[in-house]
Design a protein around this ligand. Structure first.
Ligand code: HEM
Ligand code: HEM
Length: 239
């Protein structure tokens, strides 16, 4: 019946199938909230505003937690299984770009997929280590006491060192992220940013379901809330 209808309508006018999106709403929300929380965590860390540092850092932790789950149960291009990570993918991709290929295909390019993994790893590492770090005065991550006193012994000192050591690495990865976007823009004449705002346009298969996306947004908010609950552990001093 559906086939008949569509062939009948195709005789009158060309069938215009609604285009799907590349990035779903939860993933876009994740990206821009992550950007704000990371900027907030860096600014508050540098100015030693520990109250906000805890809030921003834990928000990053919750967001990364969300992304790891969404990488498994999310929509098509958000899934880690859609990432093309093999050396042959990366080399093939770079070769095709150097040979003058300026096309845009939906989802992360192999280099972008690696950059995503690197960003998630550095931020996830920094945020989890932060929960066990201390500032040599009264402020410490909510799990530092556990790490120091009852659990992993002196690990809080190590966590603090690693938390600080990851800082220049984070700055380098963030700089690479921005340089890569600029290179796409200036060299390949591809602006990747609007798709992270509007979702972009994927001409091939069916659009994402509303329920799936709403579930994603609820999951994202729940993960942020759960991470903030860590801040309720122990007595908190922000000096
Ligand atoms: C990805 C998220 C995070 C980023 C980007 C971040 C970044 C920073 C930065 C830039 C500093 C200042 C280091 C310096 O003095 O140069 C810092 C210090 C610190 N952060 Fe974070 N942080 C994050 C998450 C967290 C979390 C979740 C906590 C705990 C709730 C935390 C606890 C601390 C502590 C205790 C210090 C003081 C370390 C010291 O004095 O050596 N951080 N962080
Ligand atoms: C603290 C700053 C930032 C962080 C931590 C960050 C993090 C990330 C991460 C983790 C991804 C991968 C998305 C995924 O999970 O699949 C990504 C992708 C992306 N980001 Fe950022 N980002 C930052 C700043 C920016 C800025 C300032 C822009 C542009 C104005 C931007 C534009 C994009 C775009 C367009 C993509 C998709 C790239 C592609 O098509 O492969 N980001 N970013």
């Amino acid at each position: 019946m559906q086939k008949k209808l569509s062939s009948a309508s195709s005789r009158q006018q060309p069938v215009t199938r609604p285009a799907g999106k590349i990035w779903d709403i939860p993933l876009r929300l994740f990206h821009w909230l992550l950007m704000l929380a990371v900027i907030g965590a860096i600014a508050s860390g540098k100015t030693q505003n520990w109250f906000w540092h805890e809030k921003m850092g834990l928000t990053v932790l919750g967001l990364i937690g969300f992304r790891l789950i969404w990488g498994v149960v999310g929509t098509r291009y958000a899934r880690f299984s859609s990432f093309r990570l093999m050396p042959r993918h990366v080399i093939g991709y770079i070769r095709s770009r150097l040979a003058g290929d300026k096309t845009r295909s939906p989802g992360h390019a192999p280099t972008g997929a690696w950059a995503t993994i690197l960003l998630l790893a550095v931020l996830g590492g920094m945020a989890s280590l932060g929960t066990m770090a201390h500032n040599d005065v009264l402020f410490e991550g909510p799990l530092a006491a556990t790490a120091n006193g009852y659990g992993a012994g002196e690990f809080s000192d190590t966590a603090t060192d690693w938390h600080n050591a990851l800082e220049p690495i984070l700055f380098a990865v963030l700089a690479a992220h921005i340089v890569a976007l600029l290179m796409y823009r200036l060299w390949l004449k591809i602006n990747l940013v609007p798709a992270m705002v509007t979702g972009g346009e994927d001409k091939s298969p069916k659009p994402f379901s509303k329920t799936h996306q709403i579930t994603g947004v609820i999951l994202l908010l729940a993960m942020i809330a759960a991470a903030q609950c860590l801040g309720l552990i122990g007595e908190r001093y922000y000096f």
